[in-house]
Design a protein around this ligand. Structure first.
Ligand code: DPM
Length: 357
């Protein structure tokens, strides 16, 4: 067989392409990749899937705060290299780890239905039954997310916040086996996927802590030129989630924010309306600019068959392009509204202070 792809001969002599899925070695990454593999197997019972696991720099540097080791490509670069070299065909990521602009040649071919997008409180076992409100003063909360720290410092000034790094397994171990933290904050989605729902003692609503752009949604990254794979994965798209996440990513992109700035969002689809709330914070949460805007998204509009449009890195051929455009515009409009009120200054100062720490 010619060409860059891997093929396999079946018993009946038929030759078919082997689809290889790249994943990081962490347990969460494996679970996420396996769940997408399971969906693909259901939809296409005849395909041959192979899972290729590799460790990335982000997995190796476990003790430095994420916001200090630079941008999001940390976890994704090596997997993209493997995609580029045709060593794998599909990579599954947490959407929130993917930058709003992907390197040329790559696209997000599917965004799956979002899990609970909110953040959750996981308590040290000795604090069972307490909440962020009832924990003793000066209790130390572990998080290295600038976004979580900024919002929670403002809302719970009696608590203290310290960095905690490592994958989910490492963090839970650091919480349970030492006395350094009274509680840690993690995304509910990751905890649920790991089967640790029982450790969630409190889900933080938007009045306490808004979530990160793309949080709770899985994204399938592919080579933009690989039309067969792109078409195959496009059926995994969950239209409401796609529209929500496109508006969130457009908001972040227009603000020129990455994972190292305190930016948070909240989106909802009600009927044909898409609502986006977005905010930027100073590191201590004292300064905050926040606003809500909405747009009509005609999700039932006919999908034009020839469309091939990319919105903030996402190619969602199965969703109406007018709805995608409206969602992207909503994010940009909201960002521009905040930029007009001084969001740039807040973010620049936050970035400088964080770099100097
Ligand atoms: C990004 C952030 C964090 C991850 C920053 C943020 C959390 C870092 C930390 C961009 N990526 O949220 O403000 O707490 O130190 C990450 C997690 C998941 C994807 C784990 C988590 C699982 C949930 C999902 C790390 N990336 O946030 O608890 O699929 O959204």
């Amino acid at each position: 067989m010619e060409g860059p792809f891997k093929y396999m001969k079946e018993g009946n002599g038929k030759v078919s392409r082997v689809i290889r899925m790249g994943t990081r070695k962490s347990q969460l990454a494996r679970i996420q990749t396996d769940s997408v593999a399971g969906r693909l197997k259901e939809l296409y019972p005849d395909i041959h899937l192979e899972i290729v696991a590799m460790s990335t720099i982000g997995d190796k540097i476990l003790d430095t705060a994420l916001s200090k080791i630079g941008e999001k490509s940390l976890f994704t670069k090596e997997l993209e290299n493997a995609l580029e070299r045709n060593e794998v065909d599909i990579v599954v990521h947490s959407l929130k780890d993917l930058p709003t602009s992907l390197p040329p040649g790559f696209t997000i071919g599917a965004i799956l239905q979002r899990e609970n997008p909110h953040d959750a409180v996981v308590l040290h076992p000795k604090n069972a039954g307490l909440t962020l409100d009832s924990l003793p003063e000066k209790s130390v909360i572990g998080t290295s997310s600038l976004r979580r720290a900024a919002q929670l410092k403002k809302r719970f000034p009696q608590l203290e916040f310290e960095n905690i790094r490592g994958n989910l397994n490492t963090r839970l171990k650091k919480l349970d086996e030492k006395d350094d933290y009274s509680a840690i904050i993690l995304a509910a989605a990751g905890l649920k996927r790991m089967g640790w729902d029982s450790r969630i003692s409190q889900i933080l609503g938007p009045e306490d802590c808004m979530y990160a752009v793309g949080q709770g949604a899985l994204a399938v990254e592919v080579r933009a030129q690989d039309k067969d794979i792109l078409e195959m994965v496009s059926v995994l798209c969950h239209p409401d989630t796609v529209l929500q996440c496109i508006s969130e990513r457009a908001f972040l992109k227009q603000l020129e924010g990455g994972c190292s700035v305190p930016v948070a969002v909240h989106t909802e689809v009600k009927g044909s309306m898409l609502y986006l709330t977005g905010a930027v914070y100073s590191l201590d949460g004292a300064d905050c600019l926040k606003d809500t805007m909405q747009t009509v998204v005609e999700i039932d509009n006919k999908v034009e068959s020839a469309q091939e449009c990319v919105h903030v890195g996402v190619t969602a051929n199965s969703v109406s392009s007018s709805a995608l455009e409206a969602a992207e515009k909503l994010g940009m409009d909201l960002a521009n509204a905040l930029l007009n009120k001084g969001a740039k200054d807040i973010l620049t100062t936050a970035r400088k202070l964080n770099d100097a720490r």
